[in-house]
Design a protein around this ligand. Sequence first.
Ligand code: 1CP
Length: 343
Amino acid sequence: MKDHPILKAARGEKPDYVPIWIMRQAGRYSAKYREIRAKAGSFMDLCRNPELAAEVTLLPIHEIGVDAAILFSDIFVPVEKMGINIEFVSGKGPVLSPVVKTVDDVETLKVPEPEEDLPYVIETIQLIKKKLTDRPLIGFSGAPFTLASYILEGGSTKDYLAAKTTMWNNPLLWDKLMTRLSEVVTKYLISQIEAGVDLIQIFDSWMGVLSKEEYKTKVFPYTERIVNTIKGKYPEIPIIHFGVNSGHLIEINDKLNVDVIGLDWRTDIPFALSKTDKSIQGNLDPVTLFAEDYIIERKVGKIIEEGIAARGHIFNLGHGILPKTDPSKARFLVDTVHRLGKL
Ligand code: 1CP
């Protein structure tokens, strides 16, 4: 397993081919996923059901041939166990309650003990690892800023008003919440590693909405602490750090002790490589999977060419695969990367 192309690319050793996995690869574009999801009840029920979550995790391995599985779960799974209720309301997205507004509210948030509070996540990982012996399993967590943005807003947001104003107007609350979230994320990721995941991705999906200065002073130190604690304990487990539209933050994130920087499609690979010498992941625009095959081929070819100059390159979309994607196009993408990516 240690020599699998994804792990080699993450470490900056040269694999035989460019490996690929796809963000949200176990998702709504798959008919089988929709069928299992309907059987499970709510989306959070599916995340809490080890048998079904393991089955869903393995679907894209068989259906589209990706080189790694990613644990089927969600960034809200540990948040629920902090004492915040999560509901997915159709047309509105996730609704979190109660909304955190004061330092006292933060004090009531628990730090879940994964063995006791999240046993279904550990069990899901163990079930997957029994069945998946030839490819790595990716574990993941949201990062403190992305989690805080939902917790302070009570759901999705376009302007990040609650997160940004709290950061500016209430630095004590901000620090207490970010510190607590850092503890939650650290424990959660360590428990995933101990249950058997082979590498991890930290999703700071929305960090790109911050300026360099804000990111550096108000967000980076918390992520840095998480990464250093995990690397201190498990230096051999590669860490991927990803955020949407965050090309302006690469030179700051280059200082994190992570192995791979995830890029979305708006960040050109040559630009990214001028800011970091870490391995990279990405970065095909998810909408490309609605284009003609020759367009997909051309864009994949360009990304692979550009990725050769990186320390290592894991192919991925620049963000999650869209629910309307035709699964045969996802399969075509994986085959194309494998065909054009022989090194
Ligand atoms: O209806 C459904 O079936 C639910 C759709 C869905 C799925 C398939 C949600 C709801 N989450 C997931 C799975 C999921 N989420 C995975 C599984 C592994 C995979 O196949 O990739 C992962 C890694 C996530 C992570 C996640 N959840 C992120 C970070 C990644 C990203 O997209 O930037 C975020 C921000 C979430 C929050 C979330 N989960 C689901 C929704 C609708 C949202 C809100 C998104 C928003 O605010 O716009």
